[in-house]
Design a protein around this ligand. Structure first.
Ligand SMILES: Nc1ncnc2c1ncn2[C@@H]1O[C@H](COP(=O)(O)OP(=O)(O)OP(=O)(O)O)[C@@H](O)[C@H]1O
Ligand SMILES: [Mg+2]
Length: 317
């Protein structure tokens, strides 16, 4: 069952002289208790898609159409007050720049206890017990003494865990994690992925994971959506995606993943287009080795490859 469905979301930015569209008919669904990874190169619209769900988009951005259905209700027609209740209580966010979500003036423990007070209505010893449990869950050692540290006394990986602990204490139904491991080294990346996986499995929380790193998610994610230049170009369950990727962009991303078989790595030629760049037809066509005439004229619509696998490419018959 889908807990969250984004349907035909269109968003753009107002520039001084023009309005430039950044998201084009973005649609995906997150199943209850599953992890969906949205993958794609920098600037393809991952963060804007995530922030639209929470309605935390920049002032110059505007959602022009679409629906975001959470538990059967459209979040785009909620009032700001209703959204404030949903943020944190129902849908928690681990933002792309985690350092901005810790206040340097308060201890990490005080910040965590505040969240526990608001979202779990606990105080005193009971709240502290919960805080220690949350630190234990994200594997912060010596949890009790660590609670009295200030953010600057934590390493990067430790700060990221503290933020995940805060998100955990919200008891939210959905956790949105925007590049939660990018600033961390490879061993810590794997630990954070394990923690997210445990949260999903133990608490039945649904996780929307945003990343540019397909290799990182392959072991953990249930479903994958690939974004390119503001569109979802392919989506499929994990196994189906890795065994039968059909979009040339997905195939190119997969070829650029390091394997341990010593194969030569391929990089994707060229750059994704800027918002100001006009490309007719499929936006991947200038970089696509299979490009034909129709690709330069028409925008490929989603085609069903199997019942739960869609891909937007004219190659698919
Ligand atoms: N405040 C803004 N004003 C104008 N354009 C913006 C703004 N924020 C983002 N954009 C543009 O919107 C598009 C999508 O940006 P978004 O941040 O969603 O990308 P992303 O996939 O999250 O990239 P990254 O992997 O670098 O985080 C990009 O072209 C970006 O330049
Ligand atoms: Mg981003």
């Amino acid at each position: 069952m889908a807990i969250l469905e984004v349907k035909n979301l269109n968003l753009g930015f107002q520039f001084e002289n023009d309005f430039r569209q950044a998201l084009f008919d973005v649609s995906f669904s997150l199943e209850k208790g599953k992890m969906l990874s949205v993958v794609g190169e920098s600037g393809c619209g991952k963060t804007m898609s995530a922030m639209s769900i929470l309605r935390l988009i920049p002032k110059t951005a505007r959602i022009t159409s679409g629906e975001i259905i959470f538990n059967g209700e459209n979040l785009l027609s909620k009032t700001e007050r209703e959204m404030q209740h949903i943020r944190g209580s129902k849908i928690a966010l681990i933002p792309q720049d985690p350092m901005t979500s810790l206040n340097p003036l308060y201890t990490v423990g005080d910040q965590l206890l505040e969240i526990i007070k608001i979202h779990q209505n606990l105080k005193g010893e009971e709240a502290e017990k919960k805080a220690i449990e949350a630190f234990d869950a994200v594997q912060i050692p010596s949890a009790k003494s660590r609670l009295s540290n200030y953010p600057h006394e934590f390493s990067g990986g430790m700060k990221q865990r503290a933020i995940i602990a805060m998100a955990l204490c919200c008891n939210a139904q959905i956790l949105i994690a925007d590049e939660p491991t990018t600033a961390l080294d490879v061993t810590i990346q794997a630990q954070i992925m394990n923690i997210l996986n445990d949260i999903k499995t133990n608490n039945d929380t649904s996780v929307l994971l945003i990343t540019h790193d397909l290799a990182l998610v392959s072991e953990y994610t249930d479903d994958i959506a690939v974004m390119y230049a503001g569109r979802i170009v392919e989506q499929a369950p994990n196994k189906e995606f890795f065994t039968n990727p059909t979009h040339p962009y997905s195939q190119a991303l997969l070829k650029s993943i390091p394997s341990n078989r010593g194969e030569k790595l391929e990089t994707i030629q060229g750059q994704p287009p800027a918002l100001s760049q006009k490309i007719d037809g499929c936006k991947f066509n200038p970089r696509c080795e299979y490009c034909t005439d129709i690709c330069k004229k028409e925008i490929p619509q989603p085609k069903q490859v199997t019942s739960n696998h869609q891909s937007c490419c004219f190659l698919i018959k």
